[in-house]
Write a protein that binds this ligand. Structure first.
Ligand SMILES: Cc1cc2nc3c(=O)[nH]c(=O)nc-3n(C[C@H](O)[C@H](O)[C@H](O)COP(=O)(O)O)c2cc1C
Length: 167
C-alpha cells in the first residue's frame, strides 16, 4: 500500500507554498501518496504515516501558526514520522556562525518534538517583504531575490525516501 504523506506549510508571502508543492510532487513521483495543505486549514493528521512541516522564517522564528500547529498536535506528531523544513533568506553560509543561527530557527520546534530530519532552504525576498522590514522608500529599491534551489529541495525530498518507506 502507498504510504500517505502530508506536507503542510505556513507561508507569509507565498514562496514556502511552492517549496512545499515541489516536495509533494517529488515524493508523488517516487510513488508516495501526497497531500500538500496549508497549516491554516488545520489538516486532519490521522490518515498519514508521515508528516512534513515547513514554515517561512520571520524574525528568527517559524510563523506563529506553524509553532501553534506543532504545539497543538505534538502528542499525535510524536507517534508519527515527522520531518521539518525552514524557508529563509539570511544565514545561508557554511560558516559556523550562519549554521548556528539557522539551526536556532528550529529551537522552539525541537523543544516540542524531535523531527527525524531537518532542512533549511533559501527562500525568496522581494519588495512585499521589504516593506515590512525597511522604511518606505528604501523598501522600493530592494530587488527581487529568489534564492530557491529547486535541485536542493528535490534532493532533500528524495533523501527522505527510506525514512518515509519505513513510516
Ligand atoms: C518580515 C520578514 C522577516 C523576516 N525575517 C527573517 C529572518 O529572521 N531570518 C531569515 O533568514 N529570513 C527572514 N525573512 C526572509 C523570509 O524567510 C523569506 O523571504 C522566505 O522566503 C519567506 O517565505 P514566504 O514567501 O513563504 O513568506 C524575513 C522576511 C520578512 C518579510
Amino acid at each position: 500500500m502507498k504510504k500517505r504523506i502530508l506536507i503542510t506549510y505556513a507561508s507569509g508571502l507565498g514562496s514556502t507554498i511552492e517549496v512545499a508543492q515541489e516536495i509533494g510532487v517529488t515524493l508523488g513521483n517516487l510513488g508516495f501518496s501526497t497531500d500538500v495543505k496549508p497549516i491554516l486549514d488545520h489538516p486532519q493528521l490521522d490518515h498519514y504515516q508521515a508528516i512534513l512541516v515547513g514554515s517561512a522564517v520571520r524574525y528568527g522564528n517559524w510563523l506563529p501558526e506553524a509553532l501553534e500547529f506543532i504545539e497543538t498536535n505534538q502528542q499525535v506528531l510524536r507517534k508519527k514520522t515527522v520531518a521539518v523544513f525552514c524557508v529563509h533568506i539570511s544565514n545561508q553560509g557554511d560558516d559556523a556562525g550562519s549554521r548556528k543561527n539557522r539551526m536556532s530557527y528550529l529551537d522552539p520546534v525541537r523543544a516540542m518534538l524531535s523531527p527525524r530530519e531537518e532542512a533549511f532552504f533559501a527562500g525568496k525576498f522581494d519588495r512585499r517583504g521589504a516593506v515590512l522590514l525597511l522604511p518606505g522608500w528604501i523598501a522600493h529599491l530592494v530587488p527581487t531575490m529568489d534564492r530557491r534551489n529547486w535541485k536542493k529541495i528535490r534532493a532533500w525530498a528524495v533523501s527522505l525516501q527510506p525514512l518515509l518507506q519505513q513510516a
